[in-house]
Design a protein around this ligand. Sequence first.
Ligand SMILES: O=c1ccn([C@@H]2O[C@H](COP(=O)(O)O)[C@@H](O)[C@H]2O)c(=O)[nH]1
Length: 287
Amino acid sequence: MIIDRLYNTVEEKGNICLGLDSRLEFIPEGLKEKYRDISKIIFQFNKKIIDETRDIVTIYKPQIAYYEAYGIEGLIAYKNTLKYIKEIGALSIGDIKRGDIASTAEMYGKAHLDGEFEADFITLNPYMGMDSITPYLKYIEEGDKGIFVLVRTSNPGAKDFEYLDVSGEPLYYSVGDKLQELASKYKGASGYSPIGMVVGGTHTDEATEIRNRYKDMFFLIPGYGAQGAKGEDVNLYLNDGNGGVVNSSRGIITNYKKYEDGEENFHKYAREAVLKMKEDLLNARWL
Ligand SMILES: O=c1ccn([C@@H]2O[C@H](COP(=O)(O)O)[C@@H](O)[C@H]2O)c(=O)[nH]1
């Protein structure tokens, strides 16, 4: 199962999920002058970063908004990035956060777990209910794919709805419990399911409770770096160093901007940021 591949890659390389939120403002001028076409500029930026980090990164997560924003050219870059990640034998999360009625969800599944935008995992928004999730199960059963569903997100606005009281508990537990029930039907050798949860690393008060309640769920943990979460925060969401991948996007891909020679060496500074993050996570584990 894809989740066992992810689990084993975490054992081998650690927890880093590198977010490819590759907006043009984040791309060095030299690369823009060299390639000119937006699709090539973005793809070459991603490729250089992937090539420089593939031995220390567990999974790559392009966020589709950063590609859609540039129209067809951006989507070509999105497609080619996912294709390249697959070609080199690395893992991908298509961060698409879709959620719609079943007949529409079927088409999202076809596009993002099978079609031109095929990724190993995709992110989903469960707000419309479990019938917006079930159309993706056939890709888990037959296509060896996985999903990460939003449960308690990293943004400040998470408090607006996700924390609303439902029978004495925050709403995110209603979502989490339903997902855990569904996930229990699909378990890999690692003990985890290809149905995982998105749990932001920026809120820590409830971290231990969430981790203990969903001990057997694999987490995608955004919020590290640019949004303020630190190693000791995100570590609360891991299970002895596994059971989750920690995403950082801006913190890695724009690290080069801090250096005078950054533009020519953007990929090297991305690697530096990954190494620093790995060390931070490792230190947090032994605190
Ligand atoms: O709760 C969530 C869910 C998804 N994200 C996504 O993760 C990255 C974070 O980027 P940074 O630059 O590291 O802040 C981005 O693609 C978000 O769309 C999230 O932040 N929080």
